[in-house]
Design a protein around this ligand. Sequence first.
Ligand code: AMP
Ligand code: ZN
Length: 453
Amino acid sequence: MLKLYNTLTRRLEIFTPLQNNKVGLYVCGPTVYDRAHLGNARPYTVFDVLVRLLRKTYEVTYVRNITDIDDKIINASLRTGDSIETITHKTTAFFHADMRALGNLSPTIEPKATEHVHEMIKMIEQLLKQGVAYAQNNHVLFHVPSFPKYGALSGCNCEEILAGARIEVAPYKKDPTDFVLWKPSTPEQPGWESPWGRGRPGWHIECSAMSFKHLGASFDIHAGGRDLIFPHHENEIAQSTAVHGAGTFAKYWMHNGILLVNGEKMSKSLGNFITIQDLLSQAHGEVIRFALLSTHYRQPLDWTNETLIQAKASLNRLYTAMEGFKDESSSQVDGSIIDALQDDLNTPLAIARLHELAREANKINDPSAKKEVQAKIKASGAFLGLLQSSSETWFQTGSPQDLNSEMIETLIIKRRVARENKDFKIADQIRLSLEEAGILLLDTPQGTTWRRK
Ligand code: AMP
Ligand code: ZN
């Protein structure tokens, strides 16, 4: 029995699909103006585990769009001198490479906003016909006061919304909370012909139109980061249900917690981000995936220097337990791991169970009994998109340098000082954690040297 936390009802709910054995899932995709950062990787990795879990039981249509119309892209083009198309094509290819490195499966459908402008225009026309939108100065706006249920997802009170909206009060708005469905483009900006002149869609209508095209008026799950709850998802609900009727659109809303650096959201605008690509030069994609899945998806995830080191050490432990295992025997995924995931995607519990199995494997001497446990670890790991390499490959090539020389030298000095102070417990701990991170210390009469395993 699958239980998921639904942001809309603020409860853990038993998941029942709208259609017997089929599930439609829409995850808001990246805006392709620049390299994705680690915070962006979180939703695509945690909801990848959701897709893998759902696929055990259902036929899943996983839609993850590409937002290739956005003012951030226009600005990037002005800044770099590259054409919009060059930027979006390049960034989409980078994004795909990042997703592959993190072990994320491709979505079933990856619609591009630029290929759905006709559908967006049609939807805006319907909103105008319903009387919930109005055209003014070549803009079309959604009139929020005409949608009484506005705010149901975020629980946002109107004052808060107003305070946020006031920043961008424009003369053509009837109400400060009204948001853009269509806006005019200058001749240099990308634009499409429409009943309101040449222009381009607003961000929110893109997802409403693309989800309708590929999943229909009602579908099962809509997901994204918490930061999208308001205004993006709130606005999507307003647009889609105004057109298709109350009770339509997504049944379950899932949101991942925010990835933080020193307590602040990792984001492009704050400048405190690390791109997935940069991180991949420090660690194997599997280490990053492991680190992202080690915290429950709804919790905030505070990213520190330690996060990767710990993930690497844990993976090394698991791969050590797989030593000598050749892929000849197969097994089912461990039942407790499935149970953990069925409980609102409890990936930390699933990982804890992997460690339990690893400890079991390490204790067994009988080769065939050991192989059985190892086969279970392999199948369970694969289900989570982990433990894809053989133990031998992992220790030979699978772990690029997490710790740079400077960090290692510092730890060696700390260990020497601890030993001089006869603090052998600390000295041993340092040696052990370095070993787990793949660094071997060699004590010689001339001092301590090190090498990578
Ligand atoms: P964007 O390309 O900015 O629309 O973001 C793509 C996805 O990344 C969305 O689902 C966002 O909610 C998510 N996201 C962005 N920053 C973070 C962060 N720091 N932590 C977790 N999720 C994030
Ligand atoms: Zn969206």
